[in-house]
Design a protein around this ligand. Structure first.
Ligand code: ZN
Ligand code: ZN
Length: 133
């Protein structure tokens, strides 16, 4: 790996504390560190809440370099899961800024609408059955 000497200097990553070469205003050595430093530890529901930026709809967004991306997509990628193009990212916990991998799934828009209907979010009759496992 070649680094341009010009605008880069040796820094300590804010998350993993390793030394890295980066240009201002970089404070993380890699995408992984920049992501996980903004994720809260799991709460009582197992949700790992994104503490960074959120868009108008309440979905977490993440800017690394010059690209702005949805945190759900970044999370799937960091776990080695391929992001399906055009697929909606669903949260089983219904918390849009949750990035717990177990709560995330990908589906088509149709599946998502069905799921929302099952959850009673589309104005239909709420599902009154108790959850039995
Ligand atoms: Zn790091
Ligand atoms: Zn969750």
């Amino acid at each position: 790996m070649m680094f341009l000497a010009r605008a880069q200097s040796s820094k300590i990553c804010r998350f993993c504390k390793r030394a890295f070469l980066g240009s201002n205003p970089a404070v993380y050595c890699c995408l992984f560190c920049a992501f996980w430093d903004r994720v809260a530890p799991p709460n009582e529901n197992g949700c790992c809440l994104w503490t960074g930026n959120r868009n108008f709809d309440g979905y977490g967004t993440f800017t690394f370099g010059s690209k702005r991306r949805y945190v759900t997509e970044v999370c799937l990628q960091l776990h080695g899961i391929e992001v399906v193009k055009g697929a909606d990212k669903m949260h089983s916990c219904n918390i849009r800024h949750c990035v717990a991998l177990e709560h995330l799934s990908q589906g088509t828009h149709l599946q998502n609408m069905k799921y929302a209907a099952q959850q009673g979010r589309l104005g239909g009759r709420p599902n009154a059955r108790p959850l039995v496992r």
